[in-house]
Ligand binder design. Structure first.
Ligand SMILES: Nc1ncnc2c1ncn2[C@@H]1O[C@H](COP(=O)(O)OP(=O)(O)OP(=O)(O)O)[C@@H](O)[C@H]1O
Ligand SMILES: [Mg+2]
Length: 298
C-alpha cells in the first residue's frame, strides 16, 4: 500500500553538470548531519559512479538491488533501500548499471516521472530525501529535478565556477514550467574554498549572480574531507572536529533554519490570507462588516 506522503518531507536534488565540484561530498555529509540532528533521512544515489554509496561504506558486494532496479526494473523501492551505520540515515545505492539507464529510459512511458513515482512510495518514511546527481543534465537528472522540491547547487570557489551555470538554470526552469511547478533553487553552496584572491573573487561573483541564495557557510578545501570517502565514512564519523566537518555541520544548520523560516512564512501566509481578503472586500465595497451582519440576520 502506498502511504500518504509526509507533507513535511523535503526532497533536495544536489545538482551541477560540472564534474568534481563537491556534489557527492555535500550530499553525503549534509545527509549524515541531518540524520544526526534527528531527521529521518534517505540519500538516493543517482550517479553510476556510486560515490555517495561508497562514501557511506556500501560497496558492490553489499548491494543486491540499486536505484537502477527501482527505476528500470520497477523493483519495489523499499527493497532497494539499505540502512547505513549512521543515525537516521538510509541509502538507495547506485550501481554501474545505472549508466545504461539513460538510454533504457528513453522509450519508457512517463520517463521523466520514474523517480518521482519511486519517491512517492518512500517519502512518508522520511523527513529529508537528498538525491546525489551525476555530472550531466540527462534524463536521470531530469528525473531527480522532477521529483524534488528543491535544488542545491554546489559551486567550487574557482575562476570558472559560473561556467555552464546558465544551462543548469535553464534546465531547472524548463523542468519547473513543464514537469514540476513546485521546484525551487533552495541554495548555492560554495565549496573547496582556499584563502586566495582568486577564491575570494569567485565568492564575490557567485554572491552577485545569486543574490540571497548563497549559503553563508563556505566549505573550505580540507584534506580530511577528501580522505573520508576512501574509508567509507562521512566526515562526522571520520574526523568530527576538523574544519571540513564543522563547515558541513554549520551548512546543515543553515539549511534547517531556512526550512523553518519557510514553514513559518507559509503558516503566516495561511493566517493572513483570509484576513487580507476580508480587508480587500471592505475597501472595495466599504460594506464588509455590515454585509456580514446583514447576512447573519437573514
Ligand atoms: N571541501 C573539500 N576539500 C577537499 N577535497 C574535497 C572537498 N570537497 C570534495 N573534495 C574532493 O574532491 C573530489 C570531487 O568531489 P565530489 O566527488 O564530491 O564532487 P562531485 O561534484 O560529486 O563529482 P562528480 O561530478 O564526479 O560526481 C573528491 O575527490 C572529493 O573527495
Ligand atoms: Mg559525485
Amino acid at each position: 500500500m502506498v502511504k500518504e506522503k509526509k507533507s513535511s518531507c523535503r526532497i533536495i536534488s544536489v545538482v551541477n553538470q560540472k564534474g568534481g565540484v563537491g556534489k557527492s561530498t555535500s550530499a553525503v555529509n549534509v545527509s549524515a548531519y541531518l540524520g544526526q540532528s534527528g531527521f529521518k533521512t534517505l540519500l538516493i544515489d543517482m550517479d553510476p559512479q556510486s560515490n555517495a554509496t561508497s562514501g557511506l561504506g556500501i560497496y558492490p558486494e553489499n548491494i543486491k538491488k540499486s536505484s537502477y532496479d527501482a527505476i528500470i526494473n520497477f523493483e519495489i523501492p523499499a527493497k532497494t533501500v539499505l540502512k547505513t551505520d549512521y543515525e537516521n540515515l538510509d541509502i538507495m545505492p547506485s550501481s554501474e548499471k545505472l549508466s545504461g539507464a539513460e538510454v533504457e529510459l528513453v522509450s519508457n512511458f512517463k520517463r521523466e516521472y520514474r523517480l518521482k513515482d519511486i519517491i512517492d512510495q518512500l517519502s512518508s518514511e522520511y523527513d529529508y530525501i537528498l538525491i546525489d546527481c551525476s555530472p550531466a543534465l540527462g534524463l536521470l537528472t531530469i528525473n531527480a529535478l522532477t521529483a524534488s522540491g528543491e535544488v542545491l547547487i554546489p559551486l567550487q570557489c574557482e575562476y570558472y565556477a559560473l561556467e555552464g551555470i546558465a544551462r543548469l538554470l535553464k534546465t531547472v526552469d524548463l523542468v519547473k514550467h513543464n514537469l514540476n511547478k513546485s521546484l525551487e533553487i533552495s541554495g548555492v553552496v560554495l565549496t573547496m574554498y582556499t584563502r586566495t584572491r582568486l577564491s575570494d573573487q569567485a565568492v564575490k561573483e557567485i554572491r552577485k549572480y545569486f543574490p540571497g541564495k548563497v549559503f553563508k557557510t563556505i566549505i573550505p578545501r580540507n584534506v580530511r574531507l577528501a580522505e573520508a570517502p576512501s574509508f567509507g565514512e562521512p566526515i562526522l564519523s571520520y574526523d568530527p572536529s576538523c574544519r571540513g566537518a564543522r563547515a558541513y555541520e554549520s551548512l546543515t544548520k543553515e539549511l534547517l533554519d531556512r526550512h523553518r523560516y519557510k514553514l513559518k512564512e507559509r503558516e503566516l501566509k495561511k493566517e493572513i490570507e483570509p484576513l487580507s481578503k476580508k480587508i480587500k472586500v471592505f475597501w472595495d465595497t466599504g460594506a464588509a462588516p455590515r454585509h456580514a451582519a446583514s447576512k447573519k440576520k437573514q
